[in-house]
Design a protein around this ligand. Sequence first.
Ligand code: CMP
Length: 153
Amino acid sequence: MRTGLIKHSQYMDFLRSVPSFQSLPEDILSKLADVLEETHYSDCDYIIRQGATGDTFFIISEGQVKVSQQDSPGDEQVIVKTLAKGDWFGEQALKGEDVRTASVTAVGDVTCLVIDRELFKQLIGGLDDVNNKQYDSDEVKANVQAEADFFSR
Ligand code: CMP
């Protein structure tokens, strides 16, 4: 069913407020508002599991999520980032390898706007911000930390 008019304009307003989407033309924003699926999560729900295959992209429209990673199965989960309203995630599995690089869990009630691989490719995939997003690897983080420790001595 087509998104209702009021919902559609709410989605448009929200999408316009996401910094990475600001260069998207109105017709693309409107298409996005048409096709996205609103999904709801409760505290501690897994939205994404590291290692699973995935083909969806998420934009947080309410609440907060924790991004965590483990080096190998059985290892400790390390929280690498907290994301909030207006942040997006899930893009890594949509470029090339379709494996999720981290787990994402809800902190309290969370609402996400979800877009599937095909529509992501058509509507968002061209954005440099999203396409070129890279996260520091553990090695880089360790080096940065070592350097910071060195200079704080
Ligand atoms: P994806 O690998 O599809 O699923 C997990 C998502 O978590 C990933 O896409 C990124 O959007 C996000 N993510 C992975 N690593 C980090 C990190 N170090 N910091 C912030 N977000 C990350």
